[in-house]
Design a protein around this ligand. Structure first.
Ligand SMILES: [Ca+2]
Length: 252
């Protein structure tokens, strides 16, 4: 077999191997976000950072340890770039609390959860009032609201947001809030804000995407690499042939 044929067979083999490797990469791409926290280690750090107040996770639940109530606030945050997908968690509710906010996707740090500025979306429970809110740099608006009748206990909360901005919020698997908003497509933080005391959060699972452009189609990078190599080899051969022709013409 001629050298060129061996080289060609080798390149085709490389193409097949690279494409198989790329196609076998799990579906999680660079834009996928998945994080969980069940606080079983008794710590909220290093992932969480306290913005205001005092917090503890020593009993396997994240909650403020501040003893004073409203208008004092306790705020804790962690990085979370999911802007579409599912945010689920258990909320420990006590009627001694006044307000809890979960800024599940937002872009600005927050020092007063009762003022606008988070630049994103917030779930609020204020007594029996249940809200899905949007906070811009200057205003807070209600996207949807409902009335709950919670008693002290633990409730499962699930928020979903599709890629076209459709929100659904479930409290103990019952759909209470729906809305559609497309203004914010990225997120930096997940923040829990509480006017202590009386609330805790646990078993957080965030599973979504961060709003970045979708990844290249599977197999494309390998194909592009091999096409590039083949093109370079083709140019090299053409140049050699041209040089040989030029050389023979010069000699004659
Ligand atoms: Ca726990």
């Amino acid at each position: 077999m001629r050298k060129q044929h061996v080289l060609l067979v080798g390149i085709i083999g490389l193409l097949l191997v690279l494409n198989v490797v790329v196609l076998n990469i799990p579906p999680c791409s660079a834009g996928d976000v998945h994080w969980t926290d069940d606080f079983t280690d008794g710590n909220y750090y290093p992932e969480w950072n306290v913005t205001m107040g005092s917090w503890a996770a020593g009993v396997g639940i994240l909650r403020s340890t501040d003893s004073v109530g409203f208008p004092h606030q306790a705020i804790i945050r962690r990085e979370s770039t999911a802007s579409y997908g599912t945010w689920s968690f258990d909320l420990l509710y006590s009627d001694t609390g006044t307000k809890v906010w979960i800024g599940f996707m937002h872009n600005a740090m927050c020092y007063n959860v009762f003022d606008p500025g988070l630049q994103g979306y917030i779930l609020e429970l204020n007594g029996s009032a249940f809200y899905l809110l949007k906070s811009t740099a200057t205003t807070i608006s209600v996207l949807d609201s409902a009335t709950l009748s919670p008693v002290s206990g633990t409730y499962s909360v699930q928020i979903t947001r599709t890629s076209n901005g459709a929100f659904e919020v479930r409290w103990d698997n019952f759909l209470y809030l729906t809305a559609n908003d497309t203004e914010y497509t990225t997120s930096t933080y997940f923040t829990l804000g509480s006017a202590p005391h009386g609330y805790g959060i646990d078993n957080i699972v965030v599973n979504g995407t961060d709003g970045l452009a979708p990844p290249l189609i599977p197999g494309f990078p390998a194909t592009a690499i091999v096409i590039g190599v083949l093109t370079a080899l083709g140019f090299t051969r053409l140049r050699r042939r041209h040089n040989r022709t030029t050389s023979s013409l010069t000699k004659s």
